[in-house]
Design a protein around this ligand. Structure first.
Ligand code: LMR
Length: 394
């Protein structure tokens, strides 16, 4: 059976975790995989999550099946969190799915059922897993211009021109906030223009919302998603609770679909549920029940928002510290963009050789495209990192 198989490529982001773990140097620094780390370098279980889990443990009465769409209380709470009052809910359906990736996967399957072999346009560059999820679902992948390596900002005019050339049969994958891998994001005014372009062309917006609350705050980070939803007739959203609730290994996310009207929402949702049933039947509950418990309880929700703000502000402060340290040492503003970026990542624009050099010489780990996870910067090693980055670009 298996003799015809050739070896599949490993996942570059997850492989880095193994490489880092195997490095015995005590001075190593992990800026690789996108997980939040606190001052101690630990990815903590959030206090609000722990409290919700304690409640669940003592109150849970059954482990019976939930249904294909998963935890409905979770679904309603996530819709409130993500959409607020941007759209009439009769056109919206939500299904809990295993993480942001699982949500992307079921929605890509849905696109392929609606329009087999459709093209999904992704930003250049985009998260390394977007392409495999799309092609594994039978879709084609093409890119639209996004990151400007000169300014380390968004090439907005070129991006908009590319969006304007799309047709109603195309799908545009947008990072709702905290762009992965670049850290360069659209302004509110640019989101307004993207929404206008989508209305003009009829292309289907597909928002990957994996870092809500990690950029400038929940409302600010949801601006683009809500703007698009209030403008277009149809849209898809893949939500993740991995980062903002720190629930990485619980695999909790949600696939959200917006249709032209309630009837089409019902029909489209029946296909989505059919896809889920034929794949993993129904999602696991624990992560979703944690999020439902937090979002439905005023005091747990306030505590979660406080913890989220703490994580966000720590990442913003680390960005500033690194940019300041590099500026102080080099007398140049070349790395100031790190402080302007938002979310967990910044794309430094280093060559692959420089990335390999940093790993071999300094024990600094980042993905091959020179993406750093700013949450991984140890507070007391900012100067060492600044020296290492400057050494690598010289
Ligand atoms: C990342 O981009 O590092 C994270 O989203 C983790 C992953 O699954 O790739």
């Amino acid at each position: 059976m298996f003799e015809n198989l050739t070896k599949a490529p490993g996942d570059k982001i997850l492989a880095l975790m193994g490489e880092y773990a195997a490095d015995s140097r005590s001075t190593k620094i992990d800026l690789g995989v996108g997980v939040y780390k606190d001052e101690q370098g630990v990815t903590p279980v959030m206090r609000s999550v722990r409290k919700a889990e304690e409640r669940i443990l003592s109150n849970e009465k059954t482990k019976t099946y939930l249904g294909i769409a998963g935890n409905m209380g979770y679904g309603a709470a996530v819709l409130d969190l993500v959409l607020a009052d941007s759209i009439d809910r009769s056109r919206v359906r939500i299904a809990q799915a295993p993480g942001g990736t699982g949500s992307l996967w079921v929605l890509m399957q849905l696109i392929n059922r609606a329009r087999p072999g459709a093209t999904v346009y992704v930003s250049d560059p985009t998260w390394a897993n977007h392409n495999p999820i799309a092609t594994n679902s039978g879709l084609k992948v093409a890119t639209y211009p996004y990151f400007d390596p000169e300014t380390r900002g968004v090439k907005f005019e070129q991006m908009l021109a590319a969006l304007d050339r799309m047709g109603a049969e195309d799908v545009v994958l947008l990072h709702g906030c905290c762009h992965n891998p670049t850290g360069a994001n659209l302004t509110d005014a640019q989101w307004d223009q993207v929404a206008e372009s989508l209305v003009r062309t009829g292309a289907l917006p597909f928002v990957d919302l994996a870092y809500l609350g990690f950029g400038d705050g929940i409302g600010a980070d949801a601006y683009g998603t809500r703007k698009i939803l209030s403008s277009v007739p149809e849209a898809l959203i893949a939500f993740s609770g991995s980062k903002n609730f720190g629930l990485y290994r619980e695999r909790v996310g949600a696939a959200i679909l917006v249709a032209r009207n309630a009837e089409q929402a019902e029909t489209t949702n029946s296909q989505l549920l059919n896809i889920i049933r034929g794949a993993y039947s129904q999602p696991p509950d624990h992560g979703a029940e944690i999020i439902r418990t937090i979002l439905e309880d005023a005091s747990l929700r306030a505590e979660w928002e406080e913890e989220l703000a703490l994580m966000r502000n720590r990442m913003i402060s680390l960005r500033k510290k690194l940019a300041d340290a590099i500026r102080d040492r080099s007398n140049s503003t070349d790395f100031d963009f790190v402080a302007d970026h938002r979310g967990m990542f910044s794309l430094l624009g280093l060559t692959n050789d420089a990335v390999e050099h940093l790993k071999a010489t300094n024990g600094v780990y980042m993905t091959g495209d020179s993406r750093i996870n700013v949450a991984g910067i140890p507070e007391d090693r900012v100067g060492d990192l600044a020296d290492a980055f400057l050494g690598a670009v010289r």
